[in-house]
Design a protein around this ligand. Structure first.
Ligand SMILES: [Cu+2]
Length: 125
């Protein structure tokens, strides 16, 4: 089992006043991948959504490439009153085989529909 820890950094599309910082632990087996994302500096009592994404074409930098989300990897959660968030999820490792980055967006509501292009991101290796 490999469990790398990734550091998420703010994205240009993060709303003003949001200063996300945190990390993602990714525990990968041959069949399933368990992901836990912890961020602080977000808006209070607000829904956020995380996904793995495939590479896009807007940039050679994964987090700026604008790739499509892998919907099977969607994780939805709500921040606490201090703007701290924990997201966790399990996804089939095969479903994220082509992923090049993991990011978190503000969500419109508990359905996890994204409200922006992303607030924090990490490339994957
Ligand atoms: Cu996403």
């Amino acid at each position: 089992m490999m469990s790398p820890m990734y550091t998420l950094t703010p994205q240009a599309s993060a709303p003003a006043g949001v200063n996300p910082a945190g990390n993602a632990s990714v525990t990968k087996s041959d069949t399933m991948t368990m992901t836990t994302v912890k961020l602080t500096g977000l808006a209070a009592n607000t829904y956020y959504v995380g996904h793995y994404h495939v590479m896009g074409t807007a940039s050679t930098e994964p987090c700026k490439s604008g790739g499509a989300p892998i919907m099977a990897s969607m994780m939805v959660g709500q921040t606490d009153a201090a703007g701290a968030l924990t997201l966790s999820g399990n996804v089939a490792t095969a479903d994220i085989a082509a992923a090049t980055y993991l990011n978190v967006h503000t969500a419109k509501d508990s359905t996890g529909a994204p409200a922006d292009a992303g607030v924090a991101c990490t490339p994957l290796k």
